[in-house]
Design a protein around this ligand. Sequence first.
Ligand code: G3P
Length: 218
Amino acid sequence: MQFFLDTADISQIEKGLEWGMVDGVTTNPSLIAKQGKPYLPTVKAIAELVPGPVSGEVLATDYDGMMEQAARLSDLADNVVIKLPLLPDGLRAARSLADQGIKTNVTLCFSANQALLAAKAGATYISPFVGRLDDLGQDGMSLIEEIVEIYDNFGFDTEVLVASVRSPLHVTMAARLGAGVATIPFKVLEQLYRHPMTDKGLAQFLADWEATGKSFDD
Ligand code: G3P
């Protein structure tokens, strides 16, 4: 299973890479806006820093505009994946880009049928937004279960990229369901490491040794 970091914050990406837990990065217009920096240079800087796939989203909503922006995003670096909204024109663009050998991430997926369409369009990744479904009182992870089942039934190559992750439980569930990728906010990545029993156990180990009055070399 791959972990992508869902952020446009360079310092978070540097930290995640240092920990050896970042296989790729996903951005979106909201995340880049939060950084207060220009759009394309931000995607380029991230793509230069990260060895794996980096999703950069088009801002256009029509086919020609998406294709023009996809070409410019693609020119930034070889590892840029074109993120496209789940609209008829977005899926048409996904098909054209797949035919050119360009990787895509179809975003804003909220139903199994949308995921089926994205797979038929040849998307490299489908991004179902689990947290936003939970916010509506629905079960976001059930959608992941449905998509994994449907993709398995037909052997689609499209990878399920669990997005809008809000908690460590989402990551556990994504792993249990066999989703290929989860894109994780930095805060949740940090939470994955933590367990109070780990901290308690370590404090006890160190206190017991300190009580001997000896050092590491004694
Ligand atoms: O990148 C898309 C996605 O992960 C957004 O998450 O928390 O804004 O719903 P969120």
